[in-house]
Design a protein. Structure first.
Length: 132
């Protein structure tokens, strides 16, 4: 969770990452040591499910500073750069419905996010503007 000054508690992030690392290492050793095909597949699927939980936890820990207004402004910027809404939701650590509301309200919280008739190219591969 963010500290009072808005910084993410690095210790919590490191702990979550180490749990994921340990889980993956254990599964890799188990699969590599001769699990049968069905057991290996099951182990891989179990780890994949746990990694999804870890990814969600990391997104929450790394939420955008500035509260809802900061997340809304970033959602508008990412949308203008052509990011798909599901990817925006993942980046912000919110639901797709929340992103839809953010974009409907716009950066200022009241204006529409895009002009009518504007077409944006959507897809993966865009740089993360929050990282620049």
């Amino acid at each position: 969770m963010p500290e009072p000054d808005g910084r993410v508690t690095r210790g919590r992030v490191v702990t979550v990452l180490r749990v994921g690392e340990s889980m993956c290492a254990y599964a890799a050793v188990s699969i590599g040591n001769g699990l049968g095909q069905a057991e290996a597949r099951s182990a891989a699927l179990d780890v994949a499910a746990e990694l999804e939980v870890i990814a969600a936890r990391l997104r929450v820990l790394a939420r955008v500073d500035g509260g809802a207004a900061g997340r809304r402004a970033l959602a508008v910027r990412l949308d203008a750069r052509g990011w798909p809404r599901d990817r925006i939701a993942d980046r912000l650590g919110v639901t797709g419905e929340t992103v839809r509301r953010y974009l409907a309200r716009g950066a200022a919280g009241s204006a529409p996010a895009t002009k009518a008739g504007t077409t944006l190219s959507r897809g993966a591969g865009h740089a993360d503007p929050a990282a620049t």
